[in-house]
Design a protein around this ligand. Structure first.
Ligand code: FUL
Length: 641
């Protein structure tokens, strides 16, 4: 007895003594770790261009042009914070040289504008609004200055650093300093109106400027084409490569070592086993241009497009820097706000339910008790599973508490110890059989989100196939992506009286591949749900569709938009509606007709009995106008007030 206790104590003490793995390769510094954990932050492009309609001001713009009529920093920053962005970076000076704060370095600044009678300070407004909204503040200061007479001479560098010093000392903590790579060329330059070419690799003497930032704001991450804090992803489309490595060895396209201003290669992918830790950042605008232009109000990216950008940036280990430019009022335009709200609802629906929760997790390799596989499910970035040194492949198995439908896997490495995993695959267990579900797993880093075909399974297995050193993973989670994220502006500008449709599911045994049931709740009037290929002689109505709203709630009415392509085939003109709290027992059916729908195919509204509270709604098409199958463009629900 005594000896077995002793043995237990000994084994415990030895296992507790297992040291953490040694770091592998390049690792992040504290500023990089905290910026990477932010995942998404916003850009705000705002200057005289907003009023002139230009993308690059020439430098001769009259400061009097800058005069927002109804500026509201809280509307701008508050909207961004509500949409999940953890920081906001303001263009304090764009290429045109107009300074958005009352700088001492040049007269070409906001104090010469009529806004607030020359007493305003946009940098102060934005940094204070960020503080109120609980997000971080960052600065963009264009190195290229098309206004300043000294541009191209050593004096300009003194002025540039003086501007940076003002920005980094007078406005509180700054999480990122954004150094734009576009510079040199023609401009106003104090009235000389000429072309000034500089050598981008030597002129700016970046190491001196970087040292200044480190001194004034040691916690700030510095962005440029090559870092040092975070690197440009190589395009303005917001898309990283996959695999995408946080490590990077900057090289020029012709093969030599690269520095800031060089023609750098491999930006979208980074370098596997690269010398430095310089994760990617995906900068992209919500509109075609970086500045607001009235003509682009109808060209705002849709929630679906923004969600895809999230997958293609954050989901590949990079950060997502989305630009949302204020209009001439000094507010975010309604179109951008609606799209951001739709995007956030989609993100929330996606991450509302971790399907790995409650699973039993086992690993075939465990470093020791402090590194157990349970850490993959504990929702903490600072705890992780690992294997003994030298073990670079392993398998982790989750047994789910029940059969669940999943479409996305998220993995995170404990990046403080470097980027280690090189190759992995994910399997699902269906009816007792394992089948490969995701086969192209490669880089992980801060996180990877991989989409698979929706799979219904009671087990999931992660196979780490290759790792440069023992793997260290802090998360393995599983999610189901909403299928009806709006992908048109018409969809996001839908009737505000209706419930938002994100997070709903529709089920039916009647749907065709090109026209799935999800089309009836995608907010897009141009796409339809269509039941059968009538030419194949399949059976017609009655055909039902069941809507799950996600939770029970008081409801006033349902709405039905028939197909909008002018075709009367398969348009429903008689229906039945039932509701339910649990999807099992249903209220007595409500039946009726959609009158005049052939001549006037507009949205139909059916009031539900007073006092209806339901989570499920079942709609049955009892009769259609022509042909035998059923179509529907949109189904909507109006909540009870
Ligand atoms: C580019 C600039 O030229 C654009 O105007 C914009 O500021 C974008 C973020 O960076 O290099």
């Amino acid at each position: 007895m005594k000896s077995s206790l002793l043995a237990l104590a000994l084994s415990l003490s030895t296992s507790l003594a297992v040291p953490p793995p040694a770091p592998y390769g390049a690792i992040p510094d504290a500023a990089q770790l905290s910026t990477q954990a932010m995942e998404t932050y916003a850009f705000v492009h705002f200057t005289t261009n907003t009023f002139t309609g230009k993308e690059w001001g020439y430098g001769d713009e009259d400061p009097k042009l800058f005069n927002p009529t109804d500026f509201d920093a809280d509307q701008i920053v508050g909207t961004l914070a509500k949409a999940g962005f953890k920081g906001v970076i303001l263009t304090c000076k764009h290429h045109d040289g107009f300074c958005m704060w009352p700088t001492k370095t040049t007269d070409h600044n906001i104090s010469k504008s009529p806004w607030k009678n020359g007493q305003g300070d946009m940098v102060k407004e934005f940094s204070a609004a960020a503080k109120r909204a609980g997000i971080k503040f960052g600065v963009y200061l264009s190195p290229w200055d098309r206004n300043n007479a000294t541009y191209g001479t050593p004096d300009y560098l003194k002025l540039y650093r003086a501007q940076l010093t003002e920005l980094l000392t007078n406005y509180g903590p700054v999480f990122e300093v954004w150094f734009d790579g576009a510079n040199g060329g023609d401009g106003y330059y104090g009235g000389s109106r000429e072309k000034r070419s500089i050598d981008r690799t030597t002129y700016y003497d970046w190491p001196t400027t970087w040292a200044l930032v480190r001194k004034l704001q040691p916690n700030a991450t510095m962005f440029s084409d090559v870092g040092p804090g975070t690197r440009w992803i190589g395009n303005e489309r917001g898309i990283a490569d996959y695999p995408c490595w946080a490590t990077f060895t900057p090289m020029t396209k012709s093969g030599g070592p690269a520095g800031p201003g060089s023609d750098v290669k491999d930006l979208p992918s980074g370098t596997v086993d690269g010398k430095l830790w310089v994760p990617g950042e995906c900068d992209v605008s919500i509109r075609p241009g970086w500045f607001w232009h009235k003509s682009e109000d109808s060209k705002v990216r849709t929630p679906k497009n923004l969600l895809d950008l999230y997958f293609n940036s954050v989901g590949r280990g990079a950060s997502f820097l989305l630009n949302v430019p204020p209009d001439t009022r000094g507010k975010l335009n309604e179109a951008d706000v609606a799209s951001l709200e739709g995007y956030k609802r989609a993100l929330d629906a996606l991450f509302s339910n971790n399907l790995a929760k409650g699973a039993k997790v086992t690993a075939d390799q465990v470093r020791g008790p402090e590194f157990s596989a349970d850490h993959l499910l504990d929702d903490k970035r600072e705890t992780y599973w690992s294997t003994p040194d030298g073990i670079t492949s392993a398998s982790i198995e989750l047994t789910l508490p029940e059969v669940r439908t999943l479409s996305v896997v998220r993995l995170r490495e404990f990046i403080a110890l470097g980027q280690r995993v090189r190759k992995f695959a994910v399997d699902v267990r269906q009816n007792g059989q394992w089948r490969e579900w995701i086969s192209n797993g490669s880089s992980i880093g801060a996180q990877v989100l991989l989409r698979g075909k929706p799979a219904t399974a009671d087990g999931v297995r992660l196979r780490i196939l290759e790792s440069a050193a023992c793997p260290c993973l802090s998360e393995l989670s599983l999610w189901l992506e909403p299928t009806n994220v709006p992908n048109s502006l018409a969809a996001i500008n839908a009737d505000p009286n209706q419930l938002p449709k994100i997070g709903w599911t529709l089920s039916t045994s009647f749907e065709t591949q090109d026209h799935p049931a999800a089309h009836a709740i995608d907010g897009d009037p141009a796409t339809i749900w269509c039941t059968h290929d009538v030419e194949k002689g399949e059976q017609g109505p009655p055909q039902s569709i069941t809507l799950d709203l996600g939770k029970a709630q008081p409801l006033a009415a349902m709405t039905f938009l028939p197909r909008q392509d002018g075709n009367a085939h398969a348009v429903v003109d008689r229906y039945r509606i039932e509701s339910s709290l649990d999807g099992k027992s249903w209220t007595p059916p409500l039946e009726g007709e959609f009158s005049n729908i052939r001549a006037n195919p507009i949205e139909q509204r059916v009031d539900l009995p007073k006092g209806t509270t339901a989570r499920y709604l079942r709609f049955t098409a009892l009769h259609v106008l022509e042909k035998n199958n059923v179509t529907m463009a949109e189904i909507g629900v109006i909540p009870a007030k």
